[in-house]
Design a protein around this ligand. Structure first.
Ligand SMILES: [Zn+2]
Length: 273
């Protein structure tokens, strides 16, 4: 799933590979709408985007935009991108961009994904897209401790730490995956109610949020996700599907895995109160 570290690493890779390349064909199997949600008619993509240049790549927090002259293509969630050179065209594709040098960018879906295209000047009124544009993300200079603390109100104080951080696009770019290590470093249990979190713990949580996200970006994404060259990210997750069978890296107590709020949570019952 694309969260902040992956949005940044995918965008960095796309800048190196497809920027200033001309699209000569747009394809894909658009009929399976069960797990891939298209915005705008995907059957029109070829007509709208072919013979145009990739003019810019923009990383957001939960998604990536490819600007193709007067159009913007965006994708998020479980969109898996792979860039290939000198290889036959793929059989499975939710979106395929073929470039004039013979290379291509192919998108498939794991779990679910959304892909959209819109005329840049007209903008995109999708609520998810609009929320991202108008919310101060965790890497923005205005995302201070005071700003973070202000996100707590009568409603959000009732939430668990995981729900507070990783639902409703409250903290842009933080989802089911990156929230695990953020909470581990803050020594907070994912189900801990925010109303019980004291000032020191809240400061710790803020510090952990910023430093963990920066570490994930610096390492080119998490090791649970793949980049566009099919390589795992360099950030070694402490709590994830890769590690939960190992003991806690701090106290060596066995880690726990549970289903909670639409995804797995991993935690150390000893370190995370
Ligand atoms: Zn522990």
């Amino acid at each position: 799933m694309i969260e902040l570290p992956e949005a940044f690493s995918i965008a960095a890779d796309l800048r190196k590979t497809i920027l200033n390349k001309k699209i000569i064909h747009v394809g894909g199997h658009f009929t399976d709408h069960k797990f891939t949600f298209y915005m705008g008619d995907p059957n029109q993509y070829n007509q709208l985007l072919t013979n145009k240049m990739v003019t810019n790549i923009v990383e957001r927090y939960f998604y990536v935009e490819i600007q193709i002259e007067d159009y913007t293509l965006w994708f998020r969630d479980g969109a898996n991108l792979r860039y290939c050179q000198n290889q036959p065209l793929p059989k499975k594709s939710k979106l395929l961009l073929v470039f004039d040098d013979g290379s291509y960018l192919n998108m498939t879906t794991s779990m679910y994904a959304a892909i959209g295209s819109f005329k840049t000047a007209a903008g995109c009124d999708h609520p998810y897209y609009q929320t991202e544009l108008h919310t101060i993300g965790p890497l923005h200079p205005d995302f201070t401790y005071a700003h973070f603390k202000n996100l707590l109100n009568e409603q959000t104080l009732k939430l668990s730490a995981k729900a507070f951080l990783a639902t409703d696009q409250r903290i842009l770019g933080v989802g089911n995956g990156s929230v695990q290590d953020i909470l581990f470093h803050a020594r907070l249990h994912p189900k801990r109610k925010m109303i019980t979190v004291n000032e020191n713990e809240l400061k710790c949580l803020y510090e952990s949020l910023i430093t963990t996200l920066k570490a994930m970006i610096a390492a080119h994404g998490r090791d649970t996700e793949k980049d566009i060259f099919n390589r795992s990210g360099g950030y070694r997750t402490l709590l994830s599907k890769n590690t939960y069978k190992s003991p806690c890296p701090v106290c060596h107590h066995p880690l726990c895995k549970e289903q909670y709020l639409g995804g797995s949570i991993y935690y150390c019952p000893h370190c995370q109160k």
